[in-house]
Design a protein around this ligand. Structure first.
Ligand SMILES: O=C(Cc1ccccc1)Nn1cnc2ccccc21
Length: 327
């Protein structure tokens, strides 16, 4: 029951990656999110003003739909966006991986950011089920439901930079998708995230700075959010870079040459190409940086700007771990 699904960039800046998911034959484009654990969808139960532009799941058209009476969900993400609604189970298929009895969370309310993100029909959470928001009983993620039917209890992310589709694979590690060896690192699941301790950083050709960085691998976050020491060291090497409070982060002249950012994972040095760190135009001739401060978050977030530079293994075995390899 292994499967592979395309992950297509939603826009020219790789703000998010969307994957086709079939719920009892109804196909929606979902944002696979290793930073949360709810599978929720835009639905016919939303107010019509919030439905516009999205593909909607209609449970009344599903023969396998089973409502979970009295069950509810309500999620708020770190960026303040959120959604809530009711719950049922259905057959969910991702690439070749099909599971029955999967909890599908029907949105009856979504925040404005989701309404306006019309390419996105919902999220498929791939963090640990311990942070699923369904009450009175937390539900399993798609990966947890599928795990026992996979060749091995893993999924991998091979996200691409700019305009190219990548893939999420379930159950196998495709050795044609990476070069060299895989470096594995222990994961602390206490907060429900794929959380690990990074070993340090380097900017451009500069020397590597050893420092423990508490970070999560989060496909649902676009950028890299790291400690101020890293951010300061990075933008010191970018002429014309500065913190622009009106933009809410560091910007620099779009013509700037950006140095690579190396992030240590154990003894492995993961290199993020400088071009990946020119995230998008900000205002005028300034561009917004793909590396920003993690202050106020409580941990660092290695989001899509980082993850798309690597082949990443999310190993859900009894001792969960993360694997990284160059590609
Ligand atoms: O919310 C965030 C990023 C973030 C910003 C500030 C503090 C903490 C985290 N990521 N994210 C992860 N999954 C998401 C799903 C929707 C929206 C954003 C999502």
């Amino acid at each position: 029951n292994d499967g592979s699904v395309t992950a297509s960039p939603e826009d020219a800046y790789d703000s998010e990656y969307l994957c086709p998911v079939s719920i009892d034959g109804q196909t929606l484009a979902l944002d696979f999110d290793t930073g949360s654990a709810d599978l929720w969808v835009f639905s016919t139960s939303l107010p019509s003003s919030e439905q516009k532009g999205h593909t909607l799941f209609d449970p009344s058209k599903s023969t396998n739909w089973k409502a979970l009476s009295g069950y509810k969900w309500n999620i708020t993400y770190g960026d303040g966006s959120g959604a809530s609604g009711t719950v049922g189970t259905d057959v969910v298929t991702v690439g070749g991986t099909s599971v029955s009895g999967q909890a599908v969370e029907i949105a009856t309310k979504v925040s404005s950011a989701f309404v306006s993100d019309t390419a996105n029909d919902g999220l498929l959470g791939l963090a640990f089920s311990s942070i699923n928001t369904v009450t009175p009983k937390a539900q399993h993620t798609f990966f947890d439901t599928a795990k026992s039917s996979l060749s091995s209890p893993v999924f991998t992310a091979d996200l691409k930079h700019r305009q190219l589709p990548g893939t999420y694979d379930f159950g196998t590690i495709d050795s044609s998708k990476y070069t060299g060896t895989i470096t594995y690192i222990d994961v602390d699941t206490a907060n429900g995230f794929w959380e690990f301790t990074g070993s340090g950083y380097a900017v451009g050709s500069g020397s590597f700075v050893s420092s423990s960085i508490d970070a999560i691998a989060d496909t649902g976050t676009t950028l890299i959010y790291v400690p101020d020491a890293v951010v300061t060291a990075y933008y010191k090497q970018v002429s014309g870079a500065s913190y622009d409070s009106s933009q809410g982060g560091y910007t620099f002249p779009c013509s700037a040459t950006l140095p690579n950012l190396t992030l240590g994972i154990g003894s492995y040095h993961a290199v993020v190409p400088g071009q990946y760190i020119n995230y998008s135009p900000a205002s005028g001739s300034k561009c917004f940086g793909g590396v920003q401060s993690d202050s106020g978050i409580g941990f660092s977030i290695y989001g899509d700007v980082f993850l798309k530079s690597q082949f990443v293994i999310f190993d859900g075995s009894s001792t969960p771990r993360l694997g990284f390899a160059a590609k």
